[in-house]
Design a binder for this molecule. Structure first.
Ligand code: MRU
Length: 365
């Protein structure tokens, strides 16, 4: 698979490199990012996607903006770079978090060279932090899988996931997939139901690819199959990722997540969201009213991409004149979320539960 990380700095080339997720699973290409605009394009065109990876890419984007700076007002230019990056995708809060934190490490008392080094260090540090967060999410989530497996002698724990909250969405291990990877490593029998995740098919294309590479038993299902499986006791646990989770525990994630949570609640299936603290929006309390939901190009709805005779082709799948709508995310209200799996442990999807794990935030909120 080459580099086990999803994004890395190539010292020889003096460039950032990442896997081009637009071509998976058909082709495994690496793409170079050498400027602010290339970093932004990587985010908007979904070369990179997934909340933590978007954040890390934006942090490298800030570094690249500084490295390529040639004007006379460095600070103003960095502000512009920050705004430019923030306008790329609205829902994942990791993006604004990374850009604002990057801005906070530079100072007008430093030379441009010093500030550039600080921004590079910041991007590398955020990447390492996300790796650590994923590991710890894995460790805490593993306990949930272990507890279920005790009652399933000789049978795999059946986990359903939506979209791709895997290593491709992060740097390593993923969020929703981190407990899955650790359970597999620990020899616990598991099987993953992978929602295809229309319209871009991140489940069918990316999660299935990742799990396949790792040798984890999985089955891709159409998005609407989850409810049926849950009614027939074929799902023990749902784990999804998140793009933004509010302080009261509302979870924004890929469109369709809410319907899975409704089906899980109706069938008493535990529904967890796995997320690092970089995905928590400490300023919001009402996800449905306050989280901006990205609307993407309708082309993603009317067009499907697939392999035919060893070549990637695009196919129109609906009448030319039919209008389409493409909401990228939805919000699952906290009352439908059994718990949040974070790098500090599992908590209730409530303000109290979150602040118990992150008490330093109580002072600010
Ligand atoms: O539009 P995408 O592919 O960026 O959406 C990604 C998701 O919805 C993921 O579930 C989310 O970012 C969590 S990633 C660990």
């Amino acid at each position: 698979m080459g580099n086990p990380q999803t994004i890395w700095y190539n010292k020889e080339k003096n460039l950032v490199e990442t896997i081009d997720q637009r071509f998976l699973p058909f082709q495994n290409r690496v793409v170079e990012i050498g400027s602010l605009d290339e970093a932004r394009f990587a985010i908007t065109d979904m070369i990179v996607r997934g909340a933590p990876l978007i954040g890390v890419t934006a942090a490298y984007g800030m570094y690249l903006a500084a490295r390529n700076f040639s004007g006379d007002d460095f600070y103003l230019e960095m502000q512009r770079a920050a705004d430019w990056l923030k306008s790329s995708r609205p829902t994942a809060v990791n993006l604004a978090f990374a850009v604002d934190e990057a801005l906070s490490v530079i100072s007008d008392r430093n030379t441009v060279l010093e500030n550039t080094q600080l921004l590079f260090d910041y991007a590398e540090n955020l990447k390492e932090r996300e790796i650590e967060f994923s590991k710890n999410i894995g460790i805490h989530g593993l306990e949930l899988i272990k507890a279920i497996s005790k009652n399933k002698i000789g049978e795999p724990v059946q986990i359903l996931t939506h979209c791709n909250a895997g290593r491709l969405a992060c740097v390593e291990l993923g969020t929703a997939t981190a407990p899955i990877y650790l359970a597999h490593e620990a020899g616990i029998p598991i099987h993953v139901w992978v929602d295809e995740t229309r319209p871009r098919n991140q489940g069918a294309r990316l999660t299935a690819w990742e799990l396949g590479e790792a040798g984890i038993p999985h089955t891709v299902i159409p998005d609407n199959a989850g409810g049926h499986l849950m009614q027939h006791q074929m799902v023990d646990l749902v784990i999804v990722g998140s793009d933004r989770t509010t302080l009261n525990g509302d979870v924004a994630n890929k469109i369709g997540t809410y319907l899975k949570a409704l089906a899980a609640a109706d069938n008493c299936v535990p529904f967890y969201a796995a997320l690092p603290s970089t995905t928590i929006d400490w300023n919001l309390n009402d996800g449905i009213a306050e989280i901006p939901i990205e609307q993407r190009d309708g082309r993603e709805v009317w067009m499907m991409e697939g392999m035919l005779n060893n070549e990637v082709h695009e196919f129109r799948i609906l009448p030319e004149k039919s209008p389409v709508a493409n909401y990228g995310f939805d919000v699952t209200p906290a009352r439908l979320v059994t718990g949040l799996i974070t790098e500090r442990g599992v908590c209730k999807a409530t303000r109290e539960g979150i602040l118990e794990l992150f008490p330093e935030r109580s002072l600010k909120n």
